[in-house]
Design a protein around this ligand. Structure first.
Ligand code: PMV
Length: 315
């Protein structure tokens, strides 16, 4: 059986979300982590990370494991009360670039846990899966807000506030975004740690920036739900300026944002942890080709389109 999980991109509120402000994030369903679970012949439970050429055996008991993949499998067995690892090979492939703010880690964990629990005949419900993916993010990434695992597991556009019930955005009008990768991998954990030090050392300077990001995100929700793309764009660029003040942008990100804006995007910002990774620009039919081309010419390592479309809610 095959299970998968999508990438994600944060539209508003990264970093501020760690401090209890809202964030808006959407799935990028065209990029996915996929896991194929197949019964094997007495080889026990093993994970093949096909893109990395790694074979990882999974045993029960060892608490300290280097690999997030092995730890995920152990947690699934534990959650399902399975004492002996089954004879199953889990083959993992992913088209999501790593360490670039697209939720690769959360998607890989979610796909793996889905495949293993389904192979055991007890597929984890989304709520339990979300908690499991969060606990893996916590071990390997410090103090995550939970936005990544939530949007990846539920694969819906979310208005997310740490510790609060999940809210799905009521999207009525399609918005189109161009995502461009600086090609510089960047660890979110480091950027989050740096922001924490700034906030601790100079709260009167940095907390107002975090609150301002929260206000921008609240306004963005209304603008997205009303399909008011001019306002969404303006708020994206405002959010980028605030993130720059939090020191999480970079020369390359600033250049790609400026390039997108001068090529006709209605707004642009870095997305995710920052310092590298991806930026995102809001485009329309008239501007998307010129924005895409300009970003490629400006040196983006890869550029692709994604859409935020009205959600069909399952009843
Ligand atoms: O995983 P990334 O790089 O998309 O960033 C996550 C967003 C942060 O707000 C920076 C961190 C968090 O835990 O929410």
């Amino acid at each position: 059986m095959i299970a998968s999980a999508s990438a994600k991109v944060i539209l508003f509120g990264e970093h501020a979300v760690v401090y209890g402000q809202p964030a808006i994030a959407i799935p990028v369903s065209s990029l996915r982590a996929t896991v194929d679970a197949t019964a094997n012949n007495d080889q026990g439970l093993q994970i093949i990370a096909a893109d990395l050429n790694q074979v990882l055996p999974v045993s029960i008991g060892a608490e300290l494991v280097d690999s997030a993949l092995v730890r995920t499998a152990q947690l699934v067995l534990q959650a399902l009360g399975v004492a002996k690892p089954p004879n199953v090979t889990l083959t993992l492939r992913s088209t999501i670039p790593m360490a670039s703010g697209l939720g690769s880690g959360a998607a890989v964990t979610a796909a793996l846990a889905r495949a293993l629990s389904s192979a055991l005949g007890k597929p984890l419900p989304d709520e339990a899966l979300n908690a499991l993916v969060y606990s893996i993010e916590e071990i390997y990434h410090g103090t995550p807000s939970g936005v990544d695992n939530t949007v990846v597991v539920y694969e819906r556009p979310v208005f997310f506030v740490k510790g609060q019930r999940l809210e799905t955005l009521a999207v009525q009008h399609t918005l189109t975004f161009v995502i461009a990768d600086t090609g510089n991998a960047s660890l979110t954990r480091l950027a989050v740690g740096d922001v924490r030090r700034l906030v601790e050392n100079a709260p009167s300077k940095y907390l107002p920036i975090i609150e301002a990001i929260g206000t921008v995100t609240q306004s963005a929700r209304t603008a997205i739900e009303n399909g008011d793309s001019a306002v969404v764009g303006r708020l994206m660029t405002e959010n980028h300026t605030l993130l720059t003040q939090l020191t999480v942008s970079s020369l390359e990100l600033d250049q790609l944002v400026a390039t997108a804006l001068s090529a006709g995007a209605s707004g642009a910002k870095l997305s995710g942890g920052g310092r590298g990774g991806n930026m995102i620009a809001l485009v329309d039919k008239a501007s998307y080709q010129s924005v895409k081309q300009a970003l490629m010419q400006a040196g983006a390592a890869r550029v692709f389109l994604t859409e935020l479309a009205p959600v069909q809610l399952k009843l």
